[in-house]
Design a protein around this ligand. Sequence first.
Ligand code: GLC
Length: 548
Amino acid sequence: MPATDRKWWKEAIVYQIYPRSFQDSDGDGVGDLKGILSRLDYIKSLGITAVWLNPIYSSPNDDNGYDISDYRGIMREFGTMEDFDALLKGMHDRGIKLIMDLVVNHSSDEHEWFQQSRSSRTNPYRNYYHWWPAEKGTPPYRYSLFDVNHDAWAYDSLTNAYYLHYFSRKQPDLNWENPKVRQEVYDIMKFWADKGVDGFRLDAFQFAAKDTTFPEFPKGYEKNFTLYYAMQGNLHEYLKEMNREVFSKYDVMSVAEGAGNTFEDAHNLVDADRQELNMAYAFEGVDIAKPEGYSLLTFKEVFSRWDSSFAEKGWLSIFLANHDQARMVSRFGNDSPEFRAPSSKMLSTFIMTMRGTPYYYYGDELGMTNGDFQRIEEFRDVQTLNEYQYQKNQGADMARFLERKKFESRDNGRTPFQWDDSRHAGFTTGTPWIKVAPNYKTINAAAQEKDPNSCLNYFRELVKLRKNNLALVYGDYTLLDEANPNTYSYTRELDGKKFLILLNFTSTPASTNTGLDVSKARVVLGNYPQPSRDGKLQPYESVIYELP
Ligand code: GLC
């Protein structure tokens, strides 16, 4: 199937909602399903066509729902199954599809399977997880992303054995070699697909298959752990089986989290003839921004390279933020009062005019910024908190660590949605589970509704434009003025329709030389009242032309 074959999930515009932080309906300080339900008209007004919800299943919340204790239940704080059914119906009534997060590399240690599994070595659930009997000695080192000691093996005295957890100790990895585990997962997926959900995002799934002989890995491998963790063993067999058992029977879309280490890995996940997943979600682009900054030349090179590798076959996601990243405008743009709005609009323009399915993170349509986390006690994220402990045990410079986390902690992207300038930004009447960003008094949806030039209204225009122009979805992408370190210029073209997009990524005026005459081109959308006519761009200017 060539990349230009039309599919609803290629034309979708996905809006990602972190349910914990979107809208609280009952005053407990935690966002919930009824809260989202009450905001469906707002969501619809954005024009987006699909919502990806972070996990809403029963969970003790060690990792905010990424540790699931019942895959068919709803997290108590989020509501009930009736609320879920109402939400799904409310979305479908409005023409919005729902994509669920599927977290099956691991479960919660409080899941019944794990409770059974750890209870004895002969329990029928023992093989649902990875156990290493202690009489074999200490298991070969495995790096854990979230563990306080970076150790992915946790010792459990009950059966004198270690269990494997690539993430936190409360997230034991499921054993995908066990056909019973796989069948359980397919049954869970069918349960939700039968309810009518429209897709699945496969959390951390590239790590699901392991070499269960657990060989020693070279010293220091953790610096590049995906080389050893991603795309191992029978992963592709499992995905083909999942496709046969589930995807082929429903009109659901599937997106992988992570895309391995090479283009070949990514294509092996999503090329249609392989009958595995629909689209890749690769991190190379979003990983570019560091606290020290980033180079636009690298940014252009990375996005162009990925685009060209997927021009004929396969399909990509386009995004600059999600719940595992700090805010887009703080990382890739400029969150100072002067440039926040233009740079945020410019970045949104980028996302909405690239080839691939855009995944747009809640709050970015307002230009929401990083939070204001000063002390370690203000952070909530298990990764940040456990890493703090780890660094402290290593005798690290903790002031420096905090400085870094203030910029890059995942909590920055998880602060409550800023609805209005009332207390707690209209998110809750109680005490929010995480600090609201103090700039909610000026940056909020209510204020932006009234302002025709707001980030919010600009985003709505972008969505409309993409929905009305297949050239922006499927059209060829051509990078122009490649060596320009300040501007990003490209065309998108399909069946004689040609758009030119100019983006200034800097806080000073910058020129781009595309070799194209825009004096007669139609300006379709721009983030300044007087858009550039001669390639001279104002700070963070973005402009989209239709070429004659
Ligand atoms: C994925 C999720 C992240 C979570 C981790 C463990 O990377 O996006 O939020 O912490 O998996 O489930």
